[in-house]
Design a protein around this ligand. Sequence first.
Ligand SMILES: Nc1ncnc2c1ncn2[C@@H]1O[C@H](COP(=O)(O)OP(=O)(O)OP(=O)(O)O)[C@@H](O)[C@H]1O
Ligand SMILES: [Mg+2]
Length: 262
Amino acid sequence: MALIETRELSKVYTLSSKKSVTALNNVTMSIEEGEIFGILGPNGSGKTTCLKLLLGIIFPTEGEISIMGQNQYSVVTKKNIGFLPENPYYYDYLTGPEILKFYGKLFDMPPGIIRERTDSLLELVNLNNAKNLSLKHYSKGMLERIGLAVSLINDPKILILDEPTTGLDPIGCKETRDLLKKLHDSGKTILLSSHFLSEVERVCSRIVIFHKGNLLTTGTLESLLEEYKAENLEDLFVKAIRKFDSETGQTEEDAINLQSSV
Ligand SMILES: Nc1ncnc2c1ncn2[C@@H]1O[C@H](COP(=O)(O)OP(=O)(O)OP(=O)(O)O)[C@@H](O)[C@H]1O
Ligand SMILES: [Mg+2]
């Protein structure tokens, strides 16, 4: 059985009595243990919606999710997932160790274990020399790294990262990439979303491409390049999207469905 599975998963956001947005449409996919799996897609294609559904933060309109054989709301599932949101917000006046302690307490971890993990995580994300600095003085790269440390506080089996390299400079991107590889080597399954194709290309074992809430294609990069006769990921991305648009004759505006009022 796959570690994470979605079956015919859909999410429709209701904007008003007449307007709704289909953010995710009938998505069936599976992620195996030990993968670094990348969700790719343009802005508004449903990546964050999909991750939030997996985390049980929002509720599906239709479809089912299984994570480690349980549904997305089970306590066991939650204990085994670490999450780095798209735009993480942390208390500005706390230091790195204080933030980690705060999240460790939320997981009901014993103080001794929190201290141990805080030390090892600060070392892992290279923030050991900034222990006394409050987050309001952090650079973007440092914030991203403390976010990663927070997502790892409970030593989760599964790491879900929403756009982990957005806003980082090339060195920050490389550091994050190296860190993800290290975490993968230590046995974590990683699910990340991104529209930075080169980042995805460098770390992911398998990818899925979303567009307007639809799953266009999924597989290893090599198999997809061959299938779409594409030269690289960018070429593949464009070809997959154009194929979908020409087959469905869809336009941007179609994503917003005008529903007739009852
Ligand atoms: N809370 C919400 N209420 C209404 N519509 C929403 C909500 N969240 C997302 N949407 C809409 O759902 C669609 C998918 O959004 P989502 O944030 O999942 O995309 P994304 O692929 O993560 O985009 P980005 O790359 O910009 O982060 C978009 O059309 C968006 O406007
Ligand atoms: Mg998003």
